[in-house]
Design a protein around this ligand. Sequence first.
Ligand SMILES: Cc1cc2nc3c(=O)[nH]c(=O)nc-3n(C[C@H](O)[C@H](O)[C@H](O)COP(=O)(O)OP(=O)(O)OC[C@H]3O[C@@H](n4cnc5c(N)ncnc54)[C@H](O)[C@@H]3O)c2cc1C
Length: 366
Amino acid sequence: MLDTLTALVTETVGDAAGEWDVTGEIPLGVLRGLAAKGVLCAEAKPEFGGLGLSGLDNAELTAHTGALCSSLRSVMTSQGMAAWTLQRFGDKAQRAQYIGRLTGGDLAAVAFSEPGAGSDLAAMSTEIRRDGDDIVVNGTKTWITVAGYADLILVFGRHEGGGAVAVVPTTAPGVQVTRVPEPLGCRAAGHATVQLDDVRLPAGHLLAVAGQPVVMLTTIALTYGRLSVAWGCVGILRACLTAVARHVTTREQFGKPLLQHQLVARHLAELYAAERTATLACERASAAWDSGSPEQVPASVLAKHVAAQNAARGAAAAVQVLASAGAVGGHVVERAFRDAKLMEVIEGSNEICQLILAEHAAAAAA
Ligand SMILES: Cc1cc2nc3c(=O)[nH]c(=O)nc-3n(C[C@H](O)[C@H](O)[C@H](O)COP(=O)(O)OP(=O)(O)OC[C@H]3O[C@@H](n4cnc5c(N)ncnc54)[C@H](O)[C@@H]3O)c2cc1C
């Protein structure tokens, strides 16, 4: 099945990724078409209309998509994280209803970040309050991937002394979605600010885990997101590796192919090492994910950290080697350079990953 899915993504993207990046838009019909085939949250269970892929197969699909188009891969990460959040935090009826919508063609975003709560998600102030048979949601969420396309937004917030997740339809009164103008990278991923003013919804929109600690809820959801972003970075590295390998064997300077200049060959060797080490870290994390091991949490942070740093360095090296040939808007290495930089910021920045890994290392040594 994996081969069929990767072929479908290849065919769907075709040569449009550069154009989507320049216009900042993936046609909604393309996204809905992939969603309706279950491709955007491929681990969702068949009982909810999903494809039931293993974590490792979904990872390879994510890397394949990331190599072609980081914006589409970002949509895949959000949709997959939404389905995972519903699977973990919803009751039976909520899973069937909402995961069923995602595998039926609807699109979903996941909203943690706020103006005053970026790295420090425990500082989030969005309020999800019960009012009789309803809930009422108030707050502002920033930089929410896919929000510009979404039908549903999974909003994390404060609830009765703990945390909670509300499933908010973007059509509900009081919801206002405003696109982020001119993002640095993943430009067609639909990033937006989401304003929630007295959004009143039936209590069935509150996922069943309500009241658990905010950090516990965000960590569980982000473990999926980190692993998915990490594999997206592997995809960026693979795309850069292909572009560089092709260029150094075909472009000649000083009477010989670039590959025969040792300083250029070193770039290729380092890029290869970056892709291989990122892949190994990701494979280890996906194995922990598939076996349900508690190691999946630190392994996902490690994979995301290694893969994002490798992708940012690798994409910069790719632009260096292609030089003027790659310095064109929408070119695969030019996009990679901008997209990869943002991977060092999201889903736990480099610094936040380092803090988590340092704590893990200290605890393991104690
Ligand atoms: C492309 C993109 C997509 C995104 N998608 C989503 C999404 O779908 N959903 C969502 O909820 N959010 C999303 N975000 C928001 C993202 O999660 C935040 O940008 C990220 O968590 C960092 O928060 P911040 O930008 O407020 O930076 P800040 O938290 O203000 O951090 C600024 C800098 O200080 C560093 N820093 C902060 N605290 C510490 C510390 N204790 N020690 C050392 N260094 C520290 C950070 O690493 C960073 O370098 C997205 C952002 C981008 C750019």
